[in-house]
Design a protein around this ligand. Structure first.
Ligand code: PTJ
Length: 240
């Protein structure tokens, strides 16, 4: 890994990139994962690289839904495994949620490496490598899932998800929660709870927060997030 001095003004951002590059080198993260992250970074700039009050509210509402679920499942892909392997395992344990590896660019090798990464970080059971069910209306590999996990889940957390699959899960009647820095992505738009935050902040935050007990409207929350981004751009332009 490139040795990045802690004094570098973009230290955290560069370290995060390095984790993904390492994930690719180890074979866990897809090359497309690097592109996806770059897009996420651009949106994070608009948020000021901070968790907004709207993201925090969505995170806390997600905790409530997952706690109350009969079968909560967290879907893990190559970016999630590279960026937050420890805190996502902890979240699963705290919420009694199952972990399932579910990949867009699926190969047996990647499935195996991601499962190992999660187990190295304390996960006892990781679903996904022996799929016995399919998400309806999706082409072959992306549809593969486990009957006891994603297929029968009532609440599913799908961080950094493909819009098609998020929609298919929603069409199955599941409550879909996503973490996605792009509030305009198809996933962000079709989910029941959209956490517009960087996963490197969102998951550790969720480990610390209490479930939200007041009402929540995803539509209003997304709307406020977009206004927040627009206002921030406006304020920045005024400073120039
Ligand atoms: O490991 P795989 O094969 O399952 O592939 C995973 C990726 C992420 C490559 C795949 O699902 C993909 O191509 O996703 P998309 O369609 O590019 O969507 C990813 C979304 O996540 C985009 O809207 C990004 O803005 C957002 N995103 C990227 N990095 C982060 C993020 N959101 C939160 N935190 C991030 N660090």
């Amino acid at each position: 890994m490139t040795d990045i001095p802690e004094s570098h003004p973009r230290y955290l951002s560069l370290k995060t990139r390095e984790k993904l590059v390492q994930g690719v080198e180890e074979g866990m993260t897809s090359k497309a994962g690097l592109i996806a992250h770059g897009r996420g970074e651009a949106f994070d700039y608009l948020l000021g690289e901070e968790t907004t009050p709207f993201a925090e509210k969505a995170e806390r509402y997600a905790l409530k839904l997952m706690k109350e679920a009969d079968n909560a499942v967290i879907s893990i892909n190559g970016n999630v495994a590279a960026l937050v392997p420890d805190s996502i395992v902890k979240l699963g344990q705290d919420l009694d949620a199952k972990l399932e590896v579910n990949l867009f660019h699926r190969t047996d090798k990647r499935m195996e490496l991601i499962e190992k990464k999660l187990k190295d970080n304390g996960a006892e059971e990781v679903l996904g490598s022996e799929p016995d069910a399919k998400i309806p209306d999706l082409e072959h590999a992306r549809a593969l899932c486990s009957e006891e996990g994603i297929y029968s889940s009532d609440v599913v957390l799908v961080p950094l998800e493909d819009g098609d699959r998020a929609k298919a899960l929603s069409d199955m009647g599941k409550t879909v929660i996503t973490i996605d820095l792009n509030p305009l992505s198809r996933t962000a738009q079709v989910s029941d709870v959209t956490i517009v935050d960087n996963i490197i902040r969102a998951v550790p935050n969720m480990n610390k927060q209490e479930p939200l007990e007041e009402g929540f409207s995803n539509h209003k929350n997304l709307n406020r997030t977009l206004k927040y981004m627009s206002q921030r751009l406006f304020d920045l332009s005024e400073e120039l």
